[in-house]
Ligand binder design. Structure first.
Ligand code: ARG
Length: 448
């Protein structure tokens, strides 16, 4: 080894440093605020157990607030020699506070520190994402409401099946998307546990008050077992990515439907021209590139989920550096899901329908089941009525699509949509997220 690079944790070969640091100096920029908040809570605890004085704790918290401000102003940077945000913040605190800066890592490891940072970051992102999800669902419901009883052929196997409506199509997708909140909430609850105090994964011989730091940071409770807390890193990121993968799959189906139904051969839906992109050779083109990219990005998130789970399956218990690589995965997944929700809300808000094209899809076969049911009403057993219609398909005629849409009055059907239910569900997602956001933001603000 010719040359070595100096770091807080020792001198290493520059290539080794480069390889192990990886993307951390860039990715960890998203964690600066959270690392400072976690450090503030840790220092308040150190003051409680007498490792630093209350006055020192206040000094450190003030300096942490300054670090966040310096970062926002572009004056605080994470260098490769820092390795990551944790060492960068410690370096900066030591530059500002001298020996006091060197005390703050007492009773803490980067392992529990990064786990806290990631959880705070995930919390913030998931709450933002839930709002964006509610916005998209809201736009879908508004679109459905605008064109509620406009007849639309319902399809199975993509073949014309039964009379349906634009209202049912739109709110069906809205409901699938709103249901994703259940998965996201499960991930949120798992994430809402505080690993701080587990240190390297085995605790420390100091009277740490883990309940205090958990409360200060706004977590539901501490993760109990210190070893378990170290293993929950990676598991947590995988849980988030699993929820995101399911969400993206739902969004991709919506995108695929819109691509299909807006192609000229169907022409049911019209996309605003500003939301389509052109071709460099074919002057007539207005392509649904956004929706195609939603499909591709869904594939990417499925891959991210697989990568996160694959990292776990062969990793021994306790901290392993493999875990560092879970950071880029969940961050990328969240960024993709959030931009996808936002762009889809825009597309849906700008989308229009072509009623004539929608009505033209009502070929006689679409009314076959209704015709059989009319026989049933006249006393014919279902299976006989079914065979009679199937054996004489040529007798079927195009019927009144509006009447067919109005005839299905039961719960959730074309004439039985509960618009208040959707309004309530959208409002409840927003309200729940806002409540927690407010609580969380207040906690973080108090700390730094
Ligand atoms: N940047 C590291 C990560 O994300 C921090 C933890 C390093 N811990 C260690 N034992 N090397 O995992």
């Amino acid at each position: 080894m010719k040359k070595v690079e100096k770091t807080i944790t020792g001198n290493v070969d520059p290539d080794v440093l480069d390889f192990t640091v990886g993307d951390d100096p860039v990715l960890d920029r998203a964690l600066v605020k959270w690392d400072c908040a976690g450090t503030a809570a840790h220092v308040m605890q150190l003051a409680k157990i007498g490792v630093v004085t209350q006055a020192e704790s206040r000094k450190v918290r003030k300096a942490l607030g300054e670090v966040v401000a310096e970062f926002r102003a572009g004056a605080f940077r994470i260098f490769e020699s820092d390795q990551d945000v944790h060492m960068a913040v410690e370096r900066r605190l030591t530059e500002k506070l001298g020996d006091l800066g060197k005390k703050i890592h007492t009773g803490r490891s980067r392992n529990d520190q990064v786990a806290v940072d990631v959880r705070l970051h995930v919390k913030d992102e998931l709450l933002g994402l839930e709002n964006e999800l509610a916005d998209l669902a809201d736009e879908l419901c508004a679109f459905g409401r605008r064109h509620d009883r406009v007849p639309m052929v319902g399809r199975t196997h993509l073949q014309p099946a039964m009379p349906s409506s634009v209202g049912v199509w739109a709110t069906g997708h809205a409901e699938m998307i709103l249901d994703q909140v259940e998965n996201l909430e499960a991930a949120y609850r798992l994430n809402d546990l505080c690993p701080l105090g587990s240190a390297a994964g085995y605790g420390v011989p100091l009277p740490l008050d883990r309940k205090l730091t958990s409360d200060l940071l706004g977590f539901a409770r501490p993760l109990h077992n210190v070893f378990g807390a170290s293993m929950a890193r990676g598991e947590n990121e995988a849980a988030v990515l699993s929820a995101l993968a399911q969400l993206m799959a739902a969004l991709s189906r919506l995108a695929e439907d819109v691509i299909l139904f807006s192609m000229p051969e169907f022409g049911y839906f019209k996309l605003p021209r500003a939301y389509c992109t052109g071709s460099s050779i074919m002057p007539q083109k207005y392509n649904p590139d956004v929706l195609e990219l939603v499909r591709a990005k869904t594939a990417t998130v499925l891959g991210l989920q697989t990568a996160a789970l694959s990292q776990l399956h062969a990793m021994p218990g306790g901290y392993n550096r493999d875990l560092q690589d879970s950071k880029g995965l969940y961050m990328k997944g969240l960024a993709i899901a959030r931009t996808t929700l936002r762009i889809l809300a825009k597309i849906v808000a700008g989308m229009d329908v072509d009623e004539a094209k929608l009505r033209a899809g009502f070929i006689p076969g679409v009314f076959a089941t209704d015709a059989a049911l009319r026989q049933v009403a006249a006393g014919v057993p279902w299976r006989e009525a079914y065979h009679d219609v199937r054996d004489h398909l040529e007798r079927l005629e195009t019927e009144d699509a509006d009447a067919a849409v109005a005839a299905k009055r039961h719960l959730g059907a074309t004439a039985g949509l509960d618009w208040k239910l959707y309004a309530r569900r959208v409002a409840s997602v927003r309200k729940e997220a806002a409540k927690r956001q407010k609580f969380f933001e207040a906690k973080i603000k108090e700390l730094i």
